[in-house]
Design a protein around this ligand. Sequence first.
Ligand code: COA
Length: 370
Amino acid sequence: MSDQIIHKGLAGVVVDESAVSKVMPETNSLTYRGYAVEDLCDHKSFMDVAYLLVYGELPTPEQFEAFTNLEKAHRGLKDQVLNCLASLPPACHPMDALRTGVSILGCLDERIWDSSPETNMDKYMSLLAKIPCIIAAAYRNSIGKSYIPEDNTLGFCENFFHMCFGKVPAEEVIKAFDVSLILYAEHGFNASTFTTRVITSSGSDMHSAVTGGIGALKGPLHGGANEQVMHMLKEVGEAEHAESWMMEALEQKKKVMGFGHRVYKNGDSRVPTMKKYASKMAEFTGGKKWIEISDILEGVMMREKGIHPNLDYPAGPAYYMMGFEIEMFTPIFVMSRISGWAAHIMEQNADNKLIRPLSAYNGVGQREVK
Ligand code: COA
């Protein structure tokens, strides 16, 4: 046993300053560059937020137009990327395909070692535009269908649906999807963002940092939870089984996906907004059963343990009702979180110090080789 204080999981440890977002568990609130996320969801689009996070201010109409045009100009994948994605087994999870795809983009970027603010901003635009294309390509491969090229007459969200399904859904679906991207865009020093900062701190490049971030986000204790939530809701199946399902899970001391949070202990700031849009999706698509099951599970968890749901809890069923395969949920998280990651990567670069904590050794004492 070490006599040093161990901060397991870095819980409660402040490792640096950041001006990107503020997570306030005491008031269950979250701001991006000073703006409350609910306000951004009500009045702005994900593309505004994708600009805000990296530039620090909301765009003027002219800046918005230039930014969205640049995003469109960066859309599309070279054959090298498409061929590589096509060579992956169809059963490959889209999150693994995405991690691989981003890594290939890094190999093809001649400016790989240039991490100047200008080049990094350009790399960000490229990743923001190309990540949805990789996800759509991976999805189309997984169902044995051909790649649908981007349509630059369409906005960011509309184009993603077009590339996945060959059609654009109703405005209500687009709005709910856009809101989910705003809510997923940024959240302080979470595991994947911290991963991108650790990688950046060694002097490595943006594509490497983002590849690492995707690896961290994939885990079910982090972004992968949105997929697990939907698997759980499907396993419960019907509202009448929900109470007994949850009681059994708690008796077996299972970690129930979509509940709990390292920072928020009295409720996740993003949940009320996402819940509102999940309910809208249920009304719109006839998926009310998923909301009924979710409500019962949530009630039992609150009554028995006092643990609140996190953003992944309403986001999972919302994506399902929008028509996405469950394996698409965490990759969709990435197409949003790239904005937060890029902001942190650039912030880390601007005032870098190698991130290198200590460990307390608890292995065998020193001995001689005989
Ligand atoms: N289901 C059941 N019990 C849970 C729980 C969950 N989802 N989340 C926390 N708890 C319980 C723990 O068992 C623990 O109980 P104990 O004190 O009796 O041992 C207590 O709450 C504290 O949990 P702990 O795991 O120490 O909190 P943490 O800050 O380390 O973990 C998470 C935070 C997110 C990793 C954890 O809540 C979790 O695994 N949630 C499910 C995965 C998920 O939804 N992740 C997305 C996060 S945004």
